[in-house]
Ligand binder design. Sequence first.
Ligand code: MG
Length: 342
Amino acid sequence: MPSPLSFRTVELPLRHAWTISRGTSTVKRNVFVEVRSGGHVGYGEAAPNVRYGESWESVEAALQKLAPVLEGRDLRYFRDVSEALDAALQDNPAAKAAVDLALHDLAGKVMGVPLYRMLGVDPTRQPVTSMSIGIDVPEVLAVKVREAADFPVLKVKLGSGQDREVFSTVRALTSQTIRVDANEGWTPEEALAHIQWLSTQGVELVEQPLPAADVEGAKWLRARSPLPLVADESLTKASDVPKLAEGFHGINVKLQKSGGIREALRIIETARACGLKVMLGCMVETGLGIAAGAHLAPLVDWVDLDGNLLLAEDPYRAHPVVGGRIQLGDGPGLGVEPRAAP
Ligand code: MG
């Protein structure tokens, strides 16, 4: 019997060159998964990130290993399947997320209900999403800020060494609330100086100021920071959460880091148990991956689900965003279909 899983890699050109503290990219290669059962098709997406040791090649290799795990299984029991995937292959969270998303999409289609209803999540409680502004020259920053005018909150990427210039350029253009993400770009002393200044500039929070490995620096900074600090690169799985409470006020959960919805829910519950705030973020991904996050978003405090808006074209019919809020419809599963027949 053939595996119900198939996949293909798609090149996704970006609308603007995307620069963060680690480097610049103009194109993203994500891997799209289909899982078929009983006349239904579930869609999933892997958005691999080199920071977490993944690439489209590693995702394809992982999916080759994971495909046989689905053979002969009742795919409606996606929790059992997800555990079997973890048992078959360590790590590779983006590859597992693609399968996990496709299984949830499939289960929703079999049941005829949206994912949020399967999870008991109220879609009307969707927080606003921020729109991310990558590091750039002032003229391009101005274009990006103009394009993000409909979003109540911006997320400004820093950590390049030109932080005050980049931030001041954006701040001078808009009164929107700003979140800052340094993507591990600062030392503790730099971070404290920047954060003290940012706290006077209408900034709501700061994401990942220090390298993830600097655990002691995070504790030192948390004791002094006038702004909430959110762990992103420091967190991948639920077992990371308890120790992060000493160095951060919140955590940023992403389906592509956690390996999908099952572990993301576990991270959210663990963070709550540890008294931490929760952000739900994304990688550069299409409206398909973004939709999966949006179904969980009413469970969290801060949402950053803008990855598809960074693409020149979205190959999926993404849920519309109105006033910064993603509008989930009542379509079954993730509720998102490809624009063209694959
Ligand atoms: Mg981040």
